[in-house]
Structures are given as C-alpha cells and as structure tokens.
Write a protein that binds this ligand. Structure first.
Ligand code: NI
Length: 194
C-alpha cells in the first residue's frame, strides 16, 4: 500500500489530456491500488490518474460511504467513454486538487459509460445521481478539465485569489500534496471530496 501525494491546482499535469491505456501492466495495477489507497486516505470519493501525476486514462470511484452510494462497489475505470447522457442537475462539488473551494456545477443526471476493467474487459455501465456525477468529474480530469472550468467568468474571477493561494501552496490539507513549481511538500487539514 502506498499513499501518493495529490497534485494541487496550478500543476500542469492537471491541464493535460491523459493517454489511452492499451494494456494493463503490473505498474498500472499498482497505480490503481495506490489510487484507491490515496483516495481513501484523503477521504475522497473519486480520483483521476492526473491527480497523482500520471497521464493515463484511469480513474477510481468509491461512493460506498455516502448515503447515496450505500451498497455500491468501488470501481476502477480505464479508458472511459460516455456513450449516452440525459437530464441535468446541479450539485456542489469539491476536488482534492482544489482544497477549500466548493461550488455548484451542472452535469448530466444519467450517463451510459463504456470502459475497460482491470482485465481490459469491455464494460458498459449505466449510472445516475452521485455515481454519474463523480464519474463525470473524474472523466473531466482525464481531459485536463477541472470543476472550476465549468463556472461562470464572474465566479472564476471571484475565486481567483483563492486559487492563487492554492497555486502557492498556501492551503492546508490533511493529505500530502504536490504544489505547483515545487517537487513535493506536506500540509495538514481535512475537507473536500471528489
Ligand atoms: Ni477532482
């Protein structure tokens, strides 16, 4: 088990598009296990590979601790592709890479997703509500998109000072982080989810 540091807002890797995974190597299996450990340690319910500095189209989700996700299984999703979506709803989101900021984001209510599991088997999944939301948030990460990119320009302007603080590492987290422009550092605190 290894807990990986989480890349904070300002790191270029969060703005890059992750690459298709052609085959799952032993390193990829380890990465997936570490992503689960890292997400659980940080009390998150979703994590994309970009957030631990890897540009691979891999995300993990576990909403089983949430009221809306009772009885659901943790998912490792490789090469996700949305093949259908419907409805719209708004919900307040956070992000382990953007601590202390929470804003309402509108996303599809229901999605049909195609992906590869850890055996590279093709899977089709229908998801709605919180599960759909987390998958869409993490899928955005794989495309270099953050939840703050969905906000109005007014909201973005208002958030700018807070985002600048995060870029400089002037933020407290309960998990180990990578601050933009610095190799690694640690801070403490607890919050946020996706
Ligand atoms: Ni996020």
């Amino acid at each position: 088990m290894a807990i990986l540091p989480i890349y904070l807002f300002g790191n270029e890797v969060l703005k890059k598009k992750a690459k298709h995974v052609a085959g799952v190597s032993n390193d990829d299996i380890k990465l997936i296990q570490d992503m689960f450990d890292t997400m659980h340690e940080a009390s998150g319910i979703g994590l994309a590979a970009n957030q631990v500095g890897e540009l691979k189209r891999i995300l993990v989700v576990d909403i089983s601790d949430m009221e809306a996700g009772k009885g659901s299984k943790p998912l490792a999703i490789i090469n996700p592709e949305i093949i259908d979506e419907e409805g719209e709803w708004e919900m307040e989101e956070g992000c382990l890479s953007i601590p202390e900021i929470r804003e309402k984001v509108t996303r599809s209510e229901k999605i049909t997703l195609k992906y590869n599991d850890v055996n590279m088997k093709k899977v089709e999944l229908e998801a709605d509500g919180l599960l759909a939301r987390v998958i869409l948030h993490e899928l955005d990460h794989l495309n270099g998109v953050l939840f703050t990119d969905h906000l109005t320009s007014t909201k973005k302007t208002l958030l700018r000072p807070k985002l600048k603080k995060i870029m400089k590492g002037h933020v407290e987290t309960q998990y180990e982080v990578v601050i933009a422009g610095e190799p690694k550092s640690k801070t403490k605190n607890k919050k946020i989810v996706l």
